[in-house]
Design a binder for this molecule. Structure first.
Ligand SMILES: [Zn+2]
Length: 81
């Protein structure tokens, strides 16, 4: 019985180790994809002729605008690029 428990323990530890490896790998993949999206966004922002449309109003919020073509918000267009 005890050796069965040991085996189970060993398997579970091994299983978690593998899962952590997979998580790490996927996080790296996500980071890379985020970077690619960011760099695409900068190019999109330069290529787009931006058509700003008013966002639906929110309570206690200033009026904001979003481009209906590339979906960028006007604030980030002026302050981040
Ligand atoms: Zn745009």
């Amino acid at each position: 019985m005890e050796s069965q428990d040991n085996q189970k323990l060993h398997d579970l530890l091994e299983s978690n180790r593998n899962k952590r490896k997979i998580i790490y790998k996927k996080r790296e993949e996500i980071k890379l994809l985020e970077k690619e999206i960011q760099s695409n966004r900068q190019i999109i922002s330069k290529l787009c002729k931006h058509e700003w449309v008013k966002d639906p109003p929110m309570i206690n919020e200033r009026t904001t605008y979003t481009c209906k073509i590339c979906h960028q918000d006007k604030n980030s267009y002026f302050y981040n690029y």
